[in-house]
Design a protein around this ligand. Structure first.
Ligand SMILES: NC(=O)c1ccc[n+]([C@@H]2O[C@H](COP(=O)([O-])OP(=O)(O)OC[C@H]3O[C@@H](n4cnc5c(N)ncnc54)[C@H](O)[C@@H]3O)[C@@H](O)[C@H]2O)c1
Ligand SMILES: O=c1ccn([C@@H]2O[C@H](COP(=O)(O)OP(=O)(O)O[C@H]3O[C@H](CO)[C@@H](O)[C@H](O)[C@H]3O)[C@@H](O)[C@H]2O)c(=O)[nH]1
Length: 330
């Protein structure tokens, strides 16, 4: 198969590229390198530097012929989306509509979306299943919901078949130890904890310790990026075999608090990780934990590496190696 990964030079996309390549598919990567890195592009893949806002560029890349498109290109910081909703609206929603239009124009009728747990908002019950009400508490989550809803319309009206993968918190690095998917400017919790451990930051800011959780800090479901990558291959096979659309959660099923991440990271790294407790970040739900039983049933997917020990260990190994090579830029 020829699979186009849009946003494939980013953190998750690089791991997805490896999963497709490992089983012999041809991978194309379209990325504007706004947050991704050219050095993340794997040998043997086709690379097109370009932007999903540029419809002529989309025409050129789609003319190469693809069996499926995996859409990972987006801005992803929930906190930032509350301050700069306009850039999230353009890049995430308009960009996705451009890509959907390119798919229809070039008859690429299989679409895999990087969606998010952020579509749910504050949970009414846990674990979250796909039927849970969707009232995003941050604008980023709203953009993902809007994209999903458009995909449903384009399925009904034009027969575009999609799998929306609602990732929970992607974390960790390639389990086989390849240095892949490095980020220009990490902004998620675990990378920031590691930057503090390695001495790049004086301390970690903990956004809120008065949440209704066991220790007062925010709880998330951290899912290993190698597990996420595997799901994209399964989702593509699902579309080929079933030709029907699907929306599923991808998570570990366990909730881990910010404080637990800090404590466990201190243990694994052997480093002091100073923490400063500050106000809550606007738009953050207290607790998100997934039920992924639908992904297991429909895709045969199960998290294999998403225990917090493996997630933190694989991340720390990359940060230590980077210290020697100085690859992750700040
Ligand atoms: N990291 C997570 O925890 C998480 C969780 C749920 C969903 N997601 C989604 O998964 C996807 C990938 O996330 P990631 O963590 O790898 O982030 P990332 O920032 O590393 O990757 C996004 C990639 O898209 C590219 N890109 C952005 N805008 C583009 C545009 N207009 N045209 C072309 N390329 C563009 C970037 O250069 C980057 O390489 C995103 O859609 C994100 O919303 C991420
Ligand atoms: O410096 C920091 C950064 C984060 N947090 C907390 O850590 C948790 C995780 O935050 P973060 O890593 O920023 O991720 P989320 O806001 O949960 O969002 C991530 O996970 C979502 C899926 O759940 C994805 O859709 C988003 O793209 C991805 O950024 C939250 O409780 C934050 O309040 C801190 O306390 N300090």
């Amino acid at each position: 198969m020829r699979v186009l990964l849009v946003g494939g030079a980013g953190y998750i996309g690089t791991h997805v590229a490896l999963a497709f390549q490992d089983r012999g598919d041809t991978v194309g990567i379209l990325d504007n390198l706004s947050t991704g890195l050219k050095s993340n592009v794997l040998d043997g893949s086709e690379f097109y530097e370009g932007d999903i806002m540029d419809t002529q560029c989309l025409d050129r890349v789609f003319a190469k012929g693809w069996d499926a498109v995996v859409h990972l290109a987006a801005f992803k910081a929930a906190g930032e989306s509350m301050l700069k909703p306009e850039i999230y609206a353009t890049n995430n929603i308009t960009g996705s509509l451009n890509l959907i239009n390119a798919c229809l124009k070039h008859n690429v009728m299989r679409f895999i979306l990087s969606s998010s747990a952020a579509v749910y908002g504050e949970p009414v019950y846990l674990p979250l299943d796909e039927a849970h009400p969707k009232h995003p508490t941050n604008y980023y989550g709203y953009t993902k919901l809007a994209i999903e809803q458009n995909l449903e319309w384009f399925d009904r009206l034009k027969g575009l078949k999609f799998v929306a993968l609602r990732y929970f918190n992607a974390a960790g690095y390639d389990v086989s130890g390849k240095m892949l998917g490095l980020e220009k400017k990490p902004a998620n919790l675990i990378p920031l904890v590691m930057e503090t451990a390695i001495g790049k930051r004086p301390n970690l800011l903990v956004f809120g310790n008065d949440y209704p959780t066991s220790d007062g800090t925010g709880v998330r479901d951290y899912v290993h990026v190698t597990d996420l990558a595997d799901a994209h291959v399964s989702a593509t096979d699902y579309l080929v075999a079933k030709n029907t659309s699907l929306t599923v959660n991808l998570g570990s099923g366990s909730g881990v608090s910010v404080q637990e991440i800090i404590d466990k990271s201190r243990e694994i790294t052997g480093r002091d990780i100073p923490a400063q407790y500050v106000d809550r970040r606007p738009g953050d739900p207290a607790k998100l934990v997934a039920s992924s039983s639908l992904a297991e049933k429909e895709l045969g997917w199960k998290a294999r590496y998403s225990d917090i020990e493996t997630i933190l260990r694989t991340t720390w190994e990359v940060y230590l190696a980077d210290r020697k090579k100085s690859v992750i830029t700040s």
